[in-house]
Write a protein that binds this ligand. Structure first.
Ligand SMILES: O=C(O)[C@H](O)[C@@H](O)[C@H](O)[C@H](O)COP(=O)(O)O
Length: 291
C-alpha cells in the first residue's frame, strides 16, 4: 500500500522503515529537517499520495495531534483515511472522528506498543474503528505487527484502540512497579548477595518471566546495581487516564494508582505533603527529621 507517515521520531521513523521493508510505499514527513523526511510540508505529503490517501499520524498526544488532524482535515478529501497511532487519550478520538466524518474523511485510532525494539520485533497494535476500515488498513497492520498470531486486535469502535492501549499502559505501570519493589526489597536484605542475579534467574522457569523482565536483565548486565539510573520516573498520562476511566466505571485500580503515585512522588509531587507531615510530627512530638 501507499502511506504517508507524519512524525518520524523514535516510533514513527522506525515504523516507516518497517513498512518500507515490508514492501509499502512510504512518504515520510516530520517538522524537523534532520528527520530524513521525504517531503517538507503536509501539503507536499498530501500531494505525493494517490487517492484514497492513507495517512498515519505518529506525533505526541494532545495539541500536536490536534493541530495535525486540524490541518489534515483541510487538506484531505472525502474517502481518505487518517490513523492516529500516537498515545492520544481515547476521549479525543470521538472528537476527531466527528470532525473528520463531517468531511467524509475516515478515521481509526491505533494504540502502538513496542518502543524502539518494534522495528525488528514488530509492534503490538490495538485498533479502534469499523470492521470495514480495519480490513482496508489490514495490509499496513499486518506489516507492522509481530510475525505471530498475536499482536493485532480490533479492540472496538473508534476510541477502543486508545482505550485498550491506555489499559495496556496501566498494566505496564503496575508490572514495572512490582519488579522495582522486589528489587528494592532484596537490595536492603543481608540474605541476598546479588539482587540482579536473582531477578535475572527469573528469566526462565519463573511465573514472572516477561519481556519487561528480559529488558531489566539486559540492563543488569552492565549496571547490576542500577546506580547509573536516577531514582526518578516520568509519566505521560496513560495510567492517570486509566484510573479516571476505571473510577467512572466503578473499578478499583490500587496497583495502577500506587505505581502512578510512586512516579509522581519521584518528581517531587509529594514534597509539600511530607513537609506538612514532618512539621506536625515536630510540633506534637518534637521529632526532628533530617533529610
Ligand atoms: O507500550 C509501549 O511501547 C509503551 O507503553 C509506550 O507507548 C509508552 O507510552 C512510553 O514508553 C512512555 O510511557 P510513560 O511515560 O507513561 O511511562
Amino acid at each position: 500500500m501507499q502511506i504517508g507517515m507524519i512524525g518520524l521520531g523514535r516510533m514513527g521513523g522506525n515504523m516507516a522503515k518497517r513498512l518500507a521493508a515490508g514492501g509499502h510505499q512510504v512518504v515520510g514527513y516530520d517538522m524537523s529537517p534532520e528527520s530524513g523526511r521525504d517531503v517538507d510540508s503536509l501539503e507536499a505529503l498530501v500531494a505525493a499520495l494517490d487517492a484514497p490517501r492513507v495517512v498515519w499520524v505518529m506525533v505526541p498526544a494532545g495539541k500536536p495531534t490536534d493541530d495535525t488532524i486540524d490541518r489534515l482535515a483541510s487538506l484531505l478529501d472525502a474517502g481518505d483515511m487518517i490513523v492516529d497511532g500516537g498515545n492520544t487519550r481515547y476521549v479525543d478520538d470521538a472528537r476527531h472522528a466527528k470532525q473528520l466524518g463531517e468531511l467524509g474523511i475516515r478515521f481509526m485510532d491505533c494504540g502502538v506498543s513496542g518502543g524502539v525494539w518494534g522495528i525488528d520485533r514488530g509492534y503490538a497494535l490495538m485498533v479502534g474503528g469499523s470492521q470495514e476500515d480495519f480490513e482496508f488498513m489490514r495490509p499496513i497492520y499486518e506489516t507492522l505487527k509481530p510475525d505471530s498470531e498475536y499482536g493485532l486486535v480490533l479492540a472496538g469502535p473508534v476510541g477502543g484502540g486508545h482505550f485498550a492501549k491506555m489499559v495496556h499502559n496501566g498494566v505496564e505501570y503496575g508490572m514495572m512497579q512490582a519488579f522495582g519493589e522486589g528489587f528494592a526489597t532484596m537490595v536492603r536484605s543481608e540474605l541476598i548477595a546479588d539482587p540482579a542475579a536473582v531477578m535475572t534467574s527469573w528469566k526462565d522457569g519463573s511465573v514472572v518471566g516477561s519481556w519487561l523482565l528480559d529488558l531489566l536483565a539486559n540492563a543488569f548486565k552492565t549496571d547490576p546495581t542500577l546506580e547509573s539510573m536516577p531514582p526518578v520516573a516520568n509519566e505521560s498520562g496513560e495510567a492517570k487516564w486509566m484510573i479516571e476511566a476505571a473510577l467512572e466505571l466503578g473499578v478499583p485500580t490500587p496497583a495502577t494508582a500506587a505505581a502512578l503515585y510512586a512516579r509522581q512522588t519521584s518528581r517531587g509531587g509529594g514534597d509539600d505533603t511530607l513537609r506538612v507531615v514532618s512539621t506536625m510530627r515536630a510540633q506534637f512530638g518534637g521529632h526532628v527529621t533530617k533529610a
